[in-house]
Design a protein around this ligand. Structure first.
Ligand SMILES: Cc1cc2nc3c(=O)[nH]c(=O)nc-3n(C[C@H](O)[C@H](O)[C@H](O)COP(=O)(O)OP(=O)(O)OC[C@H]3O[C@@H](n4cnc5c(N)ncnc54)[C@H](O)[C@@H]3O)c2cc1C
Length: 522
């Protein structure tokens, strides 16, 4: 992936329309780009910031059917998600891991209740199941999660779901789309929609956020995959339209491994206010989340509210022997869910459906919102099916069900260094062999190597220090303080690759530090 080359392609294509133009480089847009390119359509994706800068790097990192939706009786949603979970594990075995989850039991009735519920979950997964759920004794539960609070504990139920690295999968989807002929551009923002004399969409104006230059781009179909920002694009299409989505914020805290002491995750199906709480090991730390708080501001950098942090600390402390304190938090991050605006009586955000929606406006703008990371492939399939109709494109079947995602590598050992590059790993090792200093770690607290900065800049379109520290590596999310300390060396290495000045280096370090301090709890 090379941004300069893609900009040239954009200039070369000025006179011939793209078959499919996708606005937004999160899970939804990147999934559409993969689907469209693999059906053979001339595909362009533009992302205003970096790939997965929005919600798609801020998830709980679960590839799951959604036990909660089962409890809410949304059986078809769970069926769909469990099927997609299985496909994603097959297509990206280098990133999706089978993860044991334990529901601790504190009341006599919870045993049969959750045991039966999880058996239904197993059955629904069919032959794509991740392993049978089982009832555990108190001792077995404590063996699996040594830091679980024993007080009143009666046993547990173990079940299996998937876990992944969201931003890494996003980069791999961008690479997959490019491998199949798509053009993907980060730091390109759609600022205007263009219509023909009959009011049908015929293109967009995009701005290169690095150079400030604007381009007019023609396209047969335009897909709005901008998540919580989708109403902004719809406003460009139909000024004055009422909001169709409400943002709901979810916050996660990162703490170190000692708060779980094992490989299993904790799943609390029903906290005091009816939410689900997870504590999940991830890249050698532990994620605790999440919340579901209605917010009014839509931004790429949502901030956790004090009460959300308080809720996560106090609720998790009730289940853990060693209670996490604010001073234990390595990083705190928030993401926004684009929920369908409730019709009629105001439902609570946690009760609003997580189902995706695809709409087509009078001018032909296809908007796809909602859903989950887990179901991105199915969402993309349905969206491109609509694009074929709207754009009068040639009928071609979707091929992504069995499409290996860039990096595909079987038998991944998730504790090996650099495993998350899958099939690309030997190329990073070659960089190190050619220049052994690249084997040096960027920080003693995190596993990332200097070679990864070079690789991310040359091959994964990392353009800023934040791109590397937040999404090519996950340093910012794993340990915000350590990531700030890594910023100068990352800036130095990137500047060498991008031919940038000392002034660029200083500005990048300053910008990253200003951002990262909001991931710290003081
Ligand atoms: C707290 C939380 C936890 C979650 N956990 C899970 C989970 O564990 N498992 C799961 O399956 N799902 C999970 N989800 C859901 C999942 O993260 C989302 O469904 C998914 O990331 C949405 O992706 P998206 O592409 O639609 O939106 P986004 O990732 O937000 O992408 C939209 C993109 O559009 C870009 N954009 C906006 N305007 C423009 C413009 N004018 N021009 C160009 N680009 C533009 C934005 O910069 C952004 O990058 C979670 C969601 C939240 C909020």
């Amino acid at each position: 992936m090379n941004r300069d080359y893609f900009v040239q392609q954009l200039e070369r294509s000025a006179d011939s329309p793209w078959d499919v133009l996708i606005i937004g480089g999160g899970a939804t847009g990147l999934g559409c780009a993969v689907d469209s390119a693999t059906r053979g359509f001339k595909t362009l994706l533009v992302e205003q910031a970096d790939f997965a800068k929005g919600t798609s790097s801020r998830s709980t990192k679960l590839v799951h059917g959604g036990v909660r939706y089962l409890a809410q009786g949304d059986v078809s949603l769970v069926f769909e998600a469990l099927h997609e979970r299985g496909l994603l594990m097959q297509n990206a075995p280098h990133l999706v891991k089978n993860q044991p989850f334990i529901i601790p039991l504190y009341e006599w009735w919870e045993g049969p209740f959750y045991n039966i519920g999880m058996k239904v979950y197993d059955l629904m997964a069919g032959k794509l199941g991740f392993g049978p759920s089982e009832k555990l004794s108190k001792e077995e539960t404590l063996n699996a999660i040594p830091n679980l609070d024993q007080h009143g504990l009666m046993g547990g139920v173990i079940y299996f779901d998937g876990q992944f690295d969201d931003a890494r999968l996003a980069v791999n989807l961008a690479q997959t789309a490019v491998d199949h002929g798509a053009t993907v551009l980060n730091y390109f923002k759609v600022i205007e929609l263009l219509k023909d004399a009959s009011g049908l969409l015929e293109g967009v104006v995009i701005r290169d956020m690095e150079s400030g230059q604007s381009f007019t781009v023609k396209a047969k179909t335009i897909i709005n995959a901008t998540g919580v920002f989708s109403d902004q694009i719809r406003q460009l299409d139909e000024p004055g339209m009422p909001p169709s989505i409400v943002p709901s914020q979810g916050v996660h805290l990162m703490v170190d491994q000692s708060f779980l002491q094992g490989n299993s995750s904790i799943m609390i199906p029903h906290t005091d206010d009816g939410r689900v709480l997870f504590a999940v090991p991830w890249h050698n730390e532990v994620i605790i989340g999440t919340t579901d708080t209605p917010v009014s501001e839509i931004t790429l950098e949502p901030r956790a509210k004090d009460e959300e942090i308080e809720f996560l600390l106090t609720t998790s402390a009730r289940y853990l022997k060693k209670d996490p304190l604010a001073s234990d938090v390595l990083s705190v991050f928030a993401g926004l869910r684009p929920l369908a605006a409730p019709q009629g009586s105001a439902a609570k955000t946690k009760d609003i459906s997580r189902r995706h929606q695809i709409t087509i406006s009078r001018s032909g703008l296809i908007t796809v919102t909602g859903g989950k990371w887990t179901t991105y492939r199915k969402m993309a399939q349905e969206t491109i099916d609509r694009a074929i109709l709207v754009g009068g494109l040639q009928e071609k079947d979707c091929v992504t069900k069995q499409l290996p995602i860039h990096g595909y590598r079987l038998n991944t050992h998730f504790d090996e260094p650099l495993y998350y590059y899958g099939d690309d790993r030997p190329q990073i090792e070659s960089l190190i062999n050619a220049q052994p200093t690249l084997r040096e770690r960027l920080h003693p607290a995190l596993p990332y190597l200097k070679a990864e900065v070079i690789w991310a800049t040359r091959q994964e379109m990392a353009r800023t220090v934040e791109d590397f520290l937040a999404r090519r590596s996950r340093a910012l999310f794993l340990n915000a303080r350590a990531s700030m300390e890594m910023a100068p060396i990352v800036a130095q290495l990137m500047a060498g690759e991008l031919n940038q000045s000392n002034q660029w280096i200083e500005k990048q370090i300053e910008q990253f530090k200003n951002l990262a301090k909001h991931y710290l709890l003081e």
